[in-house]
Design a protein around this ligand. Structure first.
Ligand SMILES: [Zn+2]
Length: 161
């Protein structure tokens, strides 16, 4: 599922990202003839890019999805992809830089989804939104960059005599 040889940010279909696996949802089958949410079919929906990346030493993989999602599914996608980024971005050089940018971009997407009205007309249950990001275990991933940046800063701060 995660191809760590792929280092570029290219547009991927939700099937490639395997959102259903990431979000604990049903197998992904985008609704072709719907102008609503790509997952559940509800309207209103908006296409806001959501990104994730994960690293492994010098390799990293970064993906984004830009399908229309309703408020519920969009929130779930943002939370799921941000949680993966929070947990895994820090373990590669490129993704260490990319991860924080993606997390900020996902906040922008989150704001766009939350401005949508209540989803109506779903043809199947939406993604499970799950817990807010900072109440997930992945939030502990934040300690990694904080520690690394702290150690780097400590090198340049003269110690008291
Ligand atoms: Zn939906």
């Amino acid at each position: 599922m995660f191809d760590l040889t792929r280092g570029d940010t290219s547009h991927q279909t939700p099937q490639d990202v395997d959102l259903a696996d990431l979000l604990d949802g049903e197998p992904w089958g985008p609704l072709a003839d719907s102008d609503g949410c790509a997952y559940c079919g509800a309207t209103p929906a908006v296409a806001a890019p959501v990104r994730w990346c994960r690293g492994a030493y010098i390799l990293h993989v970064s993906l984004h999805v830009k399908e229309p999602f309703c408020r519920t599914c969009g929130t779930a996608v943002v939370r799921g992809m941000s949680a993966t980024t929070l947990a895994w971005a820090w373990w590669g050089i490129g993704s260490f830089v990319q991860g924080p940018l993606f997390l900020v971009a996902n906040l922008v997407a989150r704001a766009r989804f939350s401005r949508l009205g209540e989803p109506v007309g779903a043809v199947r249950p939406p993604f499970n939104r799950g817990k807010p990001l900072l109440r997930r275990a992945a939030a502990f991933g934040l300690l990694v960059p904080i520690t690394v940046i702290g150690l780097v800063v400590a090198q340049f701060v003269p110690s008291a005599p």
